[in-house]
Design a protein around this ligand. Sequence first.
Ligand code: MIC
Ligand code: SF4
Length: 700
Amino acid sequence: MTQTLVYKILGEHLTSGQLVAGNEIGLRIDQTLTQDATGTTAFLLLEAMDVPRVKTELSVSYIDHNMAQFGPENHNDHLYLQSIAARVGAYLSRPGNGICHQVHLERFGRPGRTLLGSDSHTPTGGGIGMIAIGAGGLDVAVAMGGGPFYTTCPRVIGVELLGKLGRWVAAKDVILRLLSILTTRGNVGCMVEYFGPGVGSLSVPARSTCTNMGAELGVTASVFPSDAVTKAFLTAQGRGDQYVHLSADEGAEYGPIVKRLHAVRDSVALDNIKDFCTDVDIAPASDPDAADDGFLDVSFGHVVIDLREVVPLAAGSPSPDNVAAVGELSGQKVHQVLIGSCTNSSYQDLMLCAAVLKGRSVHPDVELGIAPGSRQVLRMLASNGALADMVASGARILESSCGPCIGQGFSPAEGTVSLRTINRNFAGRSGTKGDMVYLVSPETAVAAALSGEIIDPRDLSEFMDIKHPRIKSPGEFSIDDGMIIAPLDESQAQEVEIVRGSTIVKPPAGEKLPDPLNGRVVIKVGDKITTDHIMPAGSLLKFRSNVPEYSRYVFNCFNEEGSESFADRATAVRDSGAKGVILAGDSYGQGSSREHAALCPMYLGIGVVIAKAIERIHHANLVNFAILPLTFVDGADYDRISEGDELVVHDVAGAIESGETVKVSNVNQGFEFVCRVSLAPRQREILTAGGLLNFTRSGR
Ligand code: MIC
Ligand code: SF4
């Protein structure tokens, strides 16, 4: 039987289950990655599980997110992470060494391996032919302890690439095109596999730009074949011996992929599916109520993108799938440009920008920030003079870290447009309320930095007489792992003292849910609530290792001055002996992997989330922290429930054990409704045990 590349790699790592889409499967994890904002909790949980030494082939702890260091919290975390890595046998990438995904690609990623990371953009590693998956820190801790990772065997969305990109058009435009076709919704339980003759024209960093933003599609992972380009990249990184050739079998079949879309609200995506997919079939939704509401069931074979036809694209706030051609936006005044992040901060990306900036000045109305993705990139730019060209142009060189991508500095002024090469433009993520962020390629970003407005970079030649610079992949990268601390041997490791500042607080474990569960709706939120809404980052990121403190800011963006905060209301419900309930619309928990979006609500006594749909990583995090994730059988019930309503969830134990649905009474309004219980068998056991920590401690 012919196999996709996804299934080949999964098959080699299968510990349980069968490779049938929709089934729960267990996977052996070869490598793990953590970063400091999620890593402190992951390592604290690893300690709580009594794991003395990591059991993976390789585990790397990166320090790249919390680098602002206002107050002692961040540095306390750094010292803790360095000492715990030494104790348990993980690599430690020191602050200044770069963004986890960029460094991992450069120094550790290996074709054919599995990587689990406590960061939603871990799938960046798919650019080098790995199955790289983002997950909550607790899942990563279990994998560090040698446990398998459980996930849904995916449906594979094939993306066939033809031809070659034109000048000034980039991989970022390819993934934005894909986002305009597949959108950020309805891709849960899928993985993307790129194939076709166009693949060979993309460098590994370009491929990784595409796989990085697979996170925005909501897919579990994205993967490229491992070919001559991969081999050249690994060789240039001094790791040629780690190359293996990997591709799908000739004639491997993709799809059919079925999505439910709304005839009017999703009309752009519908048109794009018709234009870019094979074997499209559109019919009224199979569920008559949904059909009456205007929903359609859309099925297609695979996506085909002809790289020759891709044009520069931009995604405007507040969603990465809000895509338009740069040409249609041109003329808009720009006041800020940011080039960096795990999406676009490779050597090639920044060399292109440096070449365009060389001998020119940043527009006087624009602040340009450039954050090289890694120390390797920065050193290479410094030694070949490109850094000097950037500085001379007026660019502000920012640290090799996440920084502005997550609202840590460089927030834009009110009412101004900011062009960023990053991957997320959720409202307020930049640190400015009402921000207007466009996600763009380095080409489009640098064009705006010089012209002071949005301009199609293909017009640079005509308007500014700038020729397209051809940037070659280097035959040899500058290799210096001096900022990576390798694990100690076991006997030395035991001598290491773990450094715990006062701001590092043991995270709470979950507890079994009561049956029946008396609950109260603490908040009712709408569609597309991201984990940034639930647990803000920016200046509050520093509280990650202190759950009681961080919990004060749950749903902070909805707190109003002078009124009780979410935390106050949830605490009052908890103290009354009931459980808090969160009520949400579609795509609840989009975005990051941050498990604090479950952990902190759990600390505040939340026991249930009822939503129209819940995104994959967040759904898993809820289960891990003993919060029951439910979805409405009939979405219309959402409208009938209000904040403050008293709900009773009946037969919780039965629902968790084996139920497909559960009955919920709305006591205030006197009606009953039914919710779906979508849990894999192991998730049922985890909830029964009162969360993953208790489950793991009980030896399972
Ligand atoms: C993000 O881009 O939102 C983050 C910060 O990298 C998160 C992880 C976190 O919240 O610490 C992610 O993407 O998972
Ligand atoms: Fe860091 Fe931004 Fe990438 Fe998250 S998306 S890992 S904050 S650079």
